[in-house]
Design a protein. Structure first.
Length: 254
């Protein structure tokens, strides 16, 4: 098995310099010779690309890619599409989630047969340390995706996900968003298509220096939800409902 771990980063030179070595050491302990760490820089203006290049030359099994398309979704789309790994993943550069839980996500794919494994800050016994504005917006987003898209996932936007490559090949061409809504659209289409999805609680301590612009991102999320709700997709896809009834979707009850 080859595991791809992608870290999208924009204007995060300091975080990248401090966290990439820690992530690399963790991957070396868990999957020696079986992983690739890809630093996906897109649109930075603070020296992130130079930092990524240096780290790629210093850390084992690490590559740096400079992508023209700005946005987390676009970065993941390009790196995952080019990867030959059987299992692909991503995590935020601030490493807000406890790394040890990442092994559980990978095992859900490799050993338990799921197609996607999603870190969740909403499921017990998850613990979350973050500002009240982000917490409120996160809860509002998840409530809207449940109400308008029928998405039975407690935390669609958590930056801690693992996907089987065969599922990614089917889903990526369907996903239109290349920015922050990418995660929610990917999961919505996965559930509708009957892929097996599981959520795993995480310990989450959010970095206060996040580059996410709350107002702009919130508007993007609303537009994305409305597009999926009113577009050609059926928000109450019978196949997805049947898959959940058969236990294909496996999330802790909330």
């Amino acid at each position: 098995m080859l595991l791809n771990v992608t870290v999208p980063v924009r204007d995060g030179a300091k975080l990248l310099a401090s966290n990439a070595p820690r992530l690399s050491a963790f991957l070396q302990r868990q999957w020696p010779g079986q992983h690739e760490l890809v630093i996906a820089e897109n649109g930075s203006t603070d020296g992130t690309w130079e930092t990524a290049q240096r780290l790629a030359s210093e850390l084992p099994a690490t590559r740096a890619r400079q992508l023209v398309t700005a946005g987390r979704g676009g970065a993941l789309r390009q790196v995952w599409s080019d990867s030959r790994a059987e299992v692909m993943s991503y995590m935020d550069v601030d490493l807000s989630a406890k790394l040890e839980v990442f092994s559980e996500l990978v095992n859900a794919i490799v050993e338990q047969g799921f197609d996607l494994a999603v870190g969740s800050r909403r499921l017990r016994p998850a613990t979350t340390v973050r500002g009240w504005r982000r917490e409120w917006l996160s809860r509002a987003h998840n409530a809207l995706t449940r109400a308008m898209l029928g998405l039975p996932i407690a935390d669609a936007q958590c930056g801690f996900k693992v996907i089987r490559s065969s599922a990614a090949r089917v889903l990526l061409p369907q996903v239109r968003n290349d920015r922050w809504f990418f995660d929610t659209e990917l999961l919505t289409r996965a559930v509708r298509d009957g892929f097996r999805v599981t959520e795993i609680p995480v310990e989450w301590t959010e970095n206060t220096d996040s580059r996410v612009r709350l107002v702009r991102t919130s508007l993007e999320m609303l537009a994305g939800i409305w597009r999926l709700r009113c577009g050609g997709d059926n928000p109450r896809n019978p196949a997805a409902e049947m898959a959940r009834e058969k236990g294909v979707y496996d999330a802790a009850k909330t």
